[in-house]
Design a protein around this ligand. Sequence first.
Ligand SMILES: Nc1nc2c(ncn2[C@@H]2O[C@H](COP(=O)(O)OP(=O)(O)OP(=O)(O)O)[C@@H](O)[C@H]2O)c(=O)[nH]1
Ligand SMILES: [Mg+2]
Ligand SMILES: [Zn+2]
Length: 335
Amino acid sequence: MTVSEAFLLSLGWSDFFQAGFDDKADFVPGRITGQGRGHYQAQVSSEQTLDATITSKFQDAAKDPASFPAIGDWVALRRGEGNTQATIHRILSRVNTIQRKKSGAQASVQMIAANVDNLFIVSSMNEDFDLPRLGRYIELGREPACQTILLLTKSDLSANPAAYVDRFKASFKGVEALVISREDPDSMAVLQSYFTPGKTSLLLGSSGVGKSTLTNYLLGFDAQKTGAVTSEARGRHTTTARTLRFTRWGGLVIDTPGMQEVSAVASNKDLHNDFSDIKDLELLCKFTNCTHKNEPGCALLAALKNGTLRTERWQQYSGETAQADPRRKKNKYSR
Ligand SMILES: Nc1nc2c(ncn2[C@@H]2O[C@H](COP(=O)(O)OP(=O)(O)OP(=O)(O)O)[C@@H](O)[C@H]2O)c(=O)[nH]1
Ligand SMILES: [Mg+2]
Ligand SMILES: [Zn+2]
């Protein structure tokens, strides 16, 4: 095994991806570790993460959010100039995808991540602990080769963590439940067995439950901003983007912004504040300063056209964000 093969294995590469990878055409495999407007970060070696964009052909063929690269995807890349840039030609077959499916009139799919070994549903032991909602998270994880684990956080603030575990176990037999606190190193150390090299874990849960605090522990340094849960901060998300990184134990972790919408108990205000489906679509627009009016490769216009985004929802969002987005003033396309 070469050094680069060993690295790819530690990044989650496997025979499954190898079988679907065609390296005849100077492609290199890379894993999507981050995403910004119109571009992706794709890690290809221990030293190198390339700034990658999808080809126009790819963009034109992509019909819905699931056909764009997601965090955790393996992609076939071609290196561009300067060796720091690349184009994405193809998504390699996925082992699984974690997607949020919205039902009813809002029927749409939001890609959260791909190729996930462990789905950690993160909840604190307060009003956030809601069995029906936890059940909906568990549904998201019913995917091939994905293990779901409930992580009950901030046990230092709870009088009776065991009671929460019991209530959970009574409803969801066979799903593991762990209790952690950043104040209790032993409780954190138990997580090591999930973060073995090559394994990818995804953290999902409401805003403020401690996903980034846990991520920072797993990384061994404070990469992620964490936020106090105060009444004025409610509904705001400290983490705003998904990132995939190596942990201190070699396995990989994907931190995500909190999700309100999976909740049956979410207030209307929460539902309105969480426009992550639209923000995700904006990431897929071809141009970073897309105004979503008439640009080619606009993912929002495409979603409105094919019905995956409702006009009313879009109007609600654009009404709330119309005020002062400097990007909307420029009219030259840029990437
Ligand atoms: N007492 C206590 N507080 C904790 C613990 N873990 C996290 N917190 C606090 O909870 C607050 C929210 O933590 P974050 O890690 O930012 O929460 P998050 O889930 O990443 O939130 P979003 O990024 O908004 O989705 C912060 O003030 C943390 O310091 C814990 O184990 N015990
Ligand atoms: Mg966070
Ligand atoms: Zn657009």
